[in-house]
Design a protein around this ligand. Structure first.
Ligand code: FE2
Length: 279
């Protein structure tokens, strides 16, 4: 059920692995329907928090910073006009839902605690896997925001590094609608920065290496729905904006190794009464 020796070798070489056909069309549809039902419960006038990676220290607010153990809704940066009115339907304005769907929602819990994922985690050498973060990403038609090149360990830091990303295409992902793109082998370049809470309040980056990511060698990962892409925590990856009229829904789950230290100044913190759990 886990990964073959050839797949593990590919992962070591490239820093990612593409597993087509992991989730059935029915399983994809179940998550899509569940996310739509959750959005239905969200009052768009209750809070207006935007998710944008182009100016992350400015757009990261308390609503975001306290979302690690909740189900919260973040808008696309282009969802509102200059007067603050939603340009389109609520269901077509949300950038993502995060970050504890896998613990708080039974449908996402079931999908996330699939024994096949536990086997993959074991194969990757994660001694005590913890499901730390989940995100439902809409990449909405026309206004779907880009995600600039980054490494997941920048945001989910452990000592030593242990984060692994599990990214599920719930709809076909193409360059046109903003598929993942990655730099094969880039996980060996080292981590460029760390995003963390600062004692004086707010969040910012510790920069270890100010040089930009290489702008050549990045490849698009165009995949059909149902594909699971496994991402090494240090792999540089990104996704472009979606200017097409087709959405690109995806579900992302991040695992860490509970055997590693999880610092108190990581942005994602959970209520001690609700610690991260494994499979
Ligand atoms: Fe990422």
């Amino acid at each position: 059920m886990g990964l073959s020796a050839a797949q593990l070798a590919d992962f070591d070489r490239d820093g990612f692995l593409v597993l087509e056909g992991f989730a059935s069309p029915e399983a994809c549809d179940a998550l899509i329907a569940r996310a739509a039902a959750l959005v239905e419960t969200f009052d768009p006038d209750s809070v207006r928090s935007v998710f944008s990676t182009t100016d992350q220290t400015r757009t990261t607010d308390d609503y975001f910073l306290s979302s690690g153990d909740k189900i919260r809704f973040f808008f696309e940066a282009e969802a509102h006009d200059e007067d603050g009115n939603m340009r389109g339907d609520k269901a077509l304005s949300i950038n993502k839902i995060g970050h504890a769907l896998h613990d708080l929602d039974p449908v996402f819990d079931d999908f996330s605690r699939d024994p096949r994922l536990a086997a993959i985690a074991a194969g990757l050498g994660i001694a005590r896997p913890l499901l730390l973060q989940s995100m439902y990403i809409f990449k909405q038609p026309r206004i779907g925001g880009e995600v600039v090149c980054h490494q997941d360990a920048t945001f989910l830091w452990t000592e030593p590094q242990s984060v692994v990303g599990l990214w599920f295409a719930l709809q076909d992902a193409t360059l046109e609608n903003g598929c993942l793109q990655a730099l094969p082998g880039g996980h060996r370049l080292g981590l460029k920065k760390r995003f963390r809470r600062f004692p004086e309040g707010g969040v910012n980056f510790d920069v270890f290496d100010p040089t930009p990511f290489p702008d050549t060698g990045i490849v698009p990962l165009e995949v059909p729905r149902g594909t699971l892409i496994v991402l090494h925590g240090a792999l540089p990856h990104l996704s472009g904006p979606n200017r097409s009229d087709r959405s690109r829904h995806a579900y992302a789950l991040h695992l860490i190794d509970g055997a590693c230290h999880y610092p108190a100044d990581d942005w994602l913190q959970r209520d001690p009464a609700m610690p991260a759990r494994g499979f």
